[in-house]
Design a protein around this ligand. Structure first.
Ligand code: PMP
Length: 405
């Protein structure tokens, strides 16, 4: 099993022993040996306010003292749903789940019921959690009949997308996409790409699901859909909306969402759905984001970091591509642009491994995989960024095996 509860934590993609972390504060984490790291994993995107943010800790203490699980509906569920619906105009109603996986599985089920069709179209390199329909071709253990219901086309390839929809339009329940991909590294949609997907899906009565588990409340208060001006039929959320506690959510217009049980005939439920602690941490997070709107400063910090990394890579003579949007980015060791999964896969993983390991030795923690995003938080500082750029100088040299490879 690799000694982890989620495979990417095993460090297999970059080599080295997995770290065990015991504490986090602000932009830093501490491991079992007492070593401190500047953290760019950020709870895989969930911790936009950093670790142990006082507003979240206070909200959680208060919520916990009122009971960890009450078993019926809690007003905090309504409050968090309102915050999400206020931020995201395509969302009138919200159903909370315990993970992003569950939200995406439920979105697919709802789309199938709503359209009375069965097939799902996905994009290579996007990740929507580990439900069977959304992991076809990526894991053992999925029945052939289930896998046959999932079609996959390359990201950023409109011709392939339009062909697939054209051929299968009567069978397609939904198209599900990360509007800005963050699971093949960060890959933004090319200009007009999402708009065309919206147009084609609408024309064929295929539902468009935006998976904003990462991008929701990350790329701005209204997420990727606000940034690109696209209205999907359904949106899935996770990560940030739970303030570091387990969460997922599904949202859309009332006329579609009402199909969920008990009002409708599409089942979703859960012992922990809408958990009071997740709601409390989520409300504290969204209120803080709404009040402070840290997006501009975070974005400028990310730009400063990316520019610094590009400069150091160039100085070291190492070809890299920095793909970023808002406060998230990926550094690919590649001399050509990365617009899809195939191109991401062709980047130099060996170099990435040496780079990430060198950063780790210098007290900078980035995701231990070349296909993940680095996340900045509202509590990262210019000093943190400049320190990372200095560490990167040494790390780039090590990617060529010249220094501490
Ligand atoms: N969708 C996207 C875009 C994700 O990045 C993830 C998790 N990284 C998921 C869905 C699944 O969320 P969870 O891990 O909470 O099940």
């Amino acid at each position: 099993m690799g000694g982890v509860n989620s495979p990417v934590r095993a460090f297999r993609q970059i080599g080295g022993e997995p770290l065990m972390l015991v504490r986090g504060e602000g932009a830093e984490v501490v491991d079992t040996e007492g070593r401190t790291f500047l953290d760019f994993i950020g709870g895989w995107g969930a911790l936009i306010l950093g670790h142990t943010h006082p507003a979240i800790v206070t909200a959680l203490r208060r919520a916990l003292s009122a009971g960890s699980l009450l078993g019926l509906t809690h007003p905090a569920e309504v409050e968090l749903a309102r915050l999400i619906a206020d931020a995201v105009p395509s969302v009138e109603q919200v159903r909370f789940t315990v993970s992003g996986t569950e939200a995406c599985m439920t979105a697919v089920r709802l789309a199938r019921a709503h359209t009375n069709r069965t097939k799902v179209l996905t994009f290579a390199g996007c990740y929507h959690g580990h439900g069977d329909s959304l992991m076809a071709g990526k894991t053992a253990g999925i029945p052939e009949l289930t896998a046959a219901e999932t079609l996959t086309v390359p990201f950023n390839d409109l011709a392939a997308f339009e062909d697939a929809v054209q051929q299968r339009s009567r069978e397609l329940a939904c198209v599900i996409i990360e509007p800005v991909a963050a699971n093949m590294g960060v890959v933004a949609p090319e200009p007009g790409y999402l708009a065309r997907i919206r147009e084609v899906t609408r024309r064929h009565g295929v539902m468009l699901v935006f998976d904003e588990v990462v991008t929701g409340f990350r790329l701005g208060w209204g997420g990727a859909q606000e940034r690109y001006g696209i209205t999907p039929d359904l949106t899935t959320f996770g990560k940030i909306i739970g303030g570091g506690l387990p969460i997922g959510a599904l949202g859309g217009p009332r006329r579609i969402m009402r199909r969920l049980a008990p009002e409708g005939d599409v089942f979703h439920g859960g012992t922990f759905a809408g958990h009071p602690l997740s709601m409390a941490a989520g409300i504290a997070t969204l209120n803080e984001l709404k009040a402070r709107s840290p997006y501009g400063p975070m974005e400028r910090l990310a730009e400063r970091l990316m520019a610094g990394l590009a400069r150091e890579a160039e100085r070291a003579g190492v070809p890299v591509r920095l793909n970023g949007l808002g406060s998230m980015f990926t550094l690919f060791f590649s001399s050509s642009a990365i617009h899809n999964f195939r191109q991401a896969g062709a980047s130099r993983r060996d170099r990435f491994g040496r780079w990430a390991s060198s950063l780790r030795r210098q007290g900078i923690l980035i995701p231990p995989s070349p296909f993940e995003a680095l996340f900045l938080s509202a509590v990262h500082s210019e000093e943190d960024v400049d320190r990372t750029i200095r560490a990167a100088r040494h790390a780039f040299a090590s990617t060529r095996g010249e220094l501490d490879a």
